[in-house]
Design a protein around this ligand. Structure first.
Ligand code: F6R
Length: 364
């Protein structure tokens, strides 16, 4: 079943172009987004004032990325919360809201409880779910399925990538329905979205370089992933991938926050991955990389082709193709998945079944 791959995780990493393409195709008809299957109407999208995006783990990281994208394209207010926190807050859910639950399995206990709480309060719910007929899919008012197919490795890769796509489709369609972007702009963004599978393929072609780099960090104790804005959301996922399968302590930090404490942890040789895909934040994060570099950090830069000046600042660079900057997470996460995967392999660990973790977390 691993079709010649050594682990399910690397097989699923390679299935991402197809998973992304299938998810786009499910909701794009004749070049335009069509969410009619979900029951989300233009009138409903127009009426929205507030979104609450609620999920756990990597699905929560999709929510963090989605907030930047939806916030940039629409005037909707957005809160993102961990399901295990959302449930226990005394949150006053506002009128004209939608609660979005993101879950691969559709069975995560805290995410399900958050969905039920929203329903009890009379707030409409949308589930972005991979497993057809799962409890969250059955109970939500609206469902958008991701078409990742079955995911076997405990660490999510292709489901995460398709969840991102679902949020882009929602963001662009909401912005169009509300008149916040033109139909032409929406069409252009869909066309760009359709180039993502081929661009992901190009990033995957670079995997040998990442494997070579990863092998040097098999004995690392700590790592840091830093970025601002969407690059911070990508950092959160890169850091989780690393710690869950390679058992190396790692943290994601909003780059500007480092000097408020964490920079004291940087020692000679500590790997710091700087994610720099957002042009307006590039120089800011670069100066944070200079700061950690001067404390002895070993620097990996992750940016887009063309930003070659980064090589003056960092020790190792990974480039990904350019796309609409709202969609950058889809490309930049790939090298970070590969980095976690190859560090785990270099340590000889059980990549697909990391200790203490389960694929579906049905306890609270
Ligand atoms: C990380 C990972 C977990 C899940 C989380 C939510 O690689 O797989 O963090 O993202 O347990 O699971 P679902 O999406 O099934 O609700």
């Amino acid at each position: 079943e691993k079709s010649g791959y050594e682990h399910f995780m690397i097989k699923e990493i390679h299935e991402q172009p197809k998973a992304v393409r299938d998810t786009i195709n499910a909701y794009v008809k004749d070049g335009q987004i069509d969410l009619s299957e979900t029951g989300l109407t233009d009138d409903f999208l127009k009426s929205l004032d507030q979104l609450y995006i609620v999920a756990c783990g990597s699905a929560y990281h999709v929510g963090v990325a989605a907030r930047y994208v939806i916030e940039d394209l629409t005037s909707i207010h957005i809160e993102v919360d961990l399901a295990s926190e959302f449930r226990y807050r005394n949150l006053k859910l506002r009128d004209h809201s939608l609660v979005i639950i993101i879950s691969q399995s559709g069975e995560t206990a805290d995410s399900l409880a958050a969905l039920r709480l929203a329903k009890d309060k009379g707030v409409p719910t949308l589930a972005i779910v991979n497993v057809i007929g799962s409890t969250i899919a059955r109970e939500a008012d609206h469902v958008m399925y991701t078409l990742a197919g079955p995911e076997i490795a405990v660490a999510t890769t292709k489901a995460y990538s398709t969840q991102l796509i679902a949020t882009y489709l929602f963001a662009v369609e909401a912005a169009r329905a509300r008149g916040e972007i033109t139909q032409e702009k929406a069409d252009e963004m869909v066309t760009e979205m359709q180039t993502l599978p081929e661009k992901i393929e190009r990033v995957l072609n670079d995997k040998d370089r990442i494997q070579w780099f990863a092998a040097k960090f098999a004995n690392a104790k700590d790592m840091f992933f830093i970025g601002r804005g969407l690059d911070y959301a990508i950092s959160l996922e890169g850091s989780l991938k690393m710690k869950e399968i390679s058992y190396i302590h790692s943290e994601a930090y909003a780059a500007g926050e480092l000097k408020h404490g964490t920079i004291s942890l940087i020692e000679k040789g500590t790997l710091v991955v700087g994610v720099m895909t957002q042009s307006k934040l590039f120089e800011k994060t670069r100066s944070n990389m200079v700061e950690v570099g001067s404390r002895g950090g070993y620097l990996m830069g992750l940016t887009t082709y063309g930003n070659y000046s980064i090589e003056d600042t960092v020790n190792f660079t990974v480039y990904v193709p350019k796309t609409d900057e709202h969609f950058m997470t889809s490309l930049a996460v790939i090298p970070l998945q590969l980095l976690g995967y190859y560090v785990s392999c270099a340590k000889g660990l059980d990549v697909d079944k990391p200790r203490n973790l389960a694929k579906s977390v049905t306890v609270e």
